[in-house]
Write a protein that binds this ligand. Structure first.
Ligand SMILES: Cc1cc2nc3c(=O)[nH]c(=O)nc-3n(C[C@H](O)[C@H](O)[C@H](O)COP(=O)(O)OP(=O)(O)OC[C@H]3O[C@@H](n4cnc5c(N)ncnc54)[C@H](O)[C@@H]3O)c2cc1C
Length: 363
């Protein structure tokens, strides 16, 4: 939200989205284990009016806001149906060759710098490092993400809930004001997409409160997918930069995929603006790569990995004694200072690159 506020879209995002009340960890039967309350009730009132507080809004709606807002700037142009097929660079410039739908000839676009924001399969990253060079690992766990309308509120769910269970681990989080929820659950590895989709009604009957049959909820979307923890060797090669999924991947538990990408872009904006206005030299782009990779290695990768493992690795009856993070959450319930520190911890992904203005020129 810090980056999005600076971009001038914070108010609209808050207006179209909502402020989640908190996150709870539970046993499969719904028993509360521990939680972080963000302040719509009980103990977290201090965060209530914080403009940097987390907002929930589905990605397509966020994309629409960003698109409409950016259209106000004449220097921004969107070219849909343009597919980058190859890249190149020399001392003075960088270029991409682009296949345009409906045209048989590739078109070349040149620029001082090119940012590859082209997702997990990034052609920019593959051209820079090789098709299979994306260091990291793929989880054995099979994930199924669904969007569903169901009255979770009736069962006293908080807005985000993680369910700890060796087999039926899952997450249920409200994602729209009108009551659409994301339910993401673990499944047996090795099944086909069709098999996974066929098992969904039985799975919902087991894991959802009230054990509903398909007529009891409205399933809007279902996507089985595999998750990865991967980080590119560098986020800068000469005049090419990488940001977001093109540069790094993580599992979705904790929302660090999207937020990690947004802070990349906010940081890269500061670096490129510094170069453009003459207060920083090119070396600030190496700082960008080093800092963003460090944040991934120190924050995004370990926290998202713990968030996933926590749901199945320790038996639910023992998790409060054995899991350091849940111990901290429990402490927060009575310790206001610790609660404040945990809330501030959410900003640890950020980095102010303007501190390297001028300095990078002399170094
Ligand atoms: C099922 C699922 C659930 C997820 N849930 C969450 C979640 O709950 N929370 C969270 O934080 N993150 C989640 N993520 C991750 C999140 O969606 C991504 O981190 C985020 O979308 C990354 O944004 P991006 O712009 O880097 O890449 P993308 O959103 O993949 O966008 C890449 C863009 O580049 C374009 N492109 C690709 N190749 C080319 C080319 N050759 N030429 C031109 N354009 C190209 C694509 O068309 C696309 O528009 C989820 C991902 C999936 C798949």
């Amino acid at each position: 939200m810090r980056v999005l506020n600076l971009a001038g879209v914070g108010d609209e995002i808050r207006q179209k989205g909502f402020l989640p009340d908190g996150v709870a960890w539970r046993k499969l039967d719904g028993t509360f284990i521990a939680g972080i309350n963000n302040g719509s009730s009980n103990n977290g009132e201090s965060q209530k009016d914080d403009p940097e507080r987390m907002v929930a809004l589905p990605l397509d709606r966020l994309g629409r806001i960003l698109y409409n807002h950016s259209m106000k700037f004449p220097c921004i142009k969107y070219l849909f149906n343009h597919k980058v097929i190859s890249i190149g660079q020399d001392e003075n410039t960088a270029w991409v060759d682009v296949e345009v739908t409906g045209s048989s000839e590739a078109t070349r676009f040149e620029a001082d710098y090119i940012v590859g924001c082209d997702g997990a399969n990034s052609i920019i990253r593959r051209s820079l490092f090789g098709d299979w060079e994306f260091p990291g690992r793929t989880w054995d766990e099979q994930i199924v993400a669904t969007n569903v309308y169901y009255l979770f509120e009736k069962y006293n769910y908080w807005d985000s809930n993680f369910f700890i269970d060796p087999v039926h681990w899952h997450m249920a989080a409200k994602i729209t004001k009108d009551g659409m929820w994301r339910v993401t659950y673990g499944e047996v590895p090795g099944l086909t997409r069709d098999e996974l989709i066929a098992r969904q009604p039985e799975k919902f009957k087991t894991i959802l409160p009230g054990h509903p049959d398909p007529g009891g909820y409205k399933l809007v979307n279902i996507s089985p997918y595999k998750v990865h923890q991967r980080l590119a060797e560098s986020m800068r090669v000469g005049r090419f930069l990488l940001a977001a999924d093109a540069a790094h991947l993580c599992n979705p538990f904790g929302g660090l995929g999207l937020t990690g990408g947004i802070v990349d872009v906010g940081g890269l904006y500061e670096c490129l603006k510094g170069i453009y206005t003459g207060v920083a030299d090119e070396s600030i782009l190496d700082i960008y790569s080093n800092i963003r990779r460090k944040r991934y290695l120190e924050i995004v990768d370990p926290i998202s990995s713990d968030n996933l493992r926590r749901m199945f690795a320790i038996p639910p009856n023992e998790v409060l004694e054995k899991d350091e993070f849940l111990k901290l959450c429990k402490k927060c319930e009575t310790d206001k200072d610790l609660q404040q520190k945990m809330a501030e911890g959410a900003h640890a992904l950020n980095y102010d690159f303007t501190q390297h203005y001028n300095m990078s020129k002399s170094s």
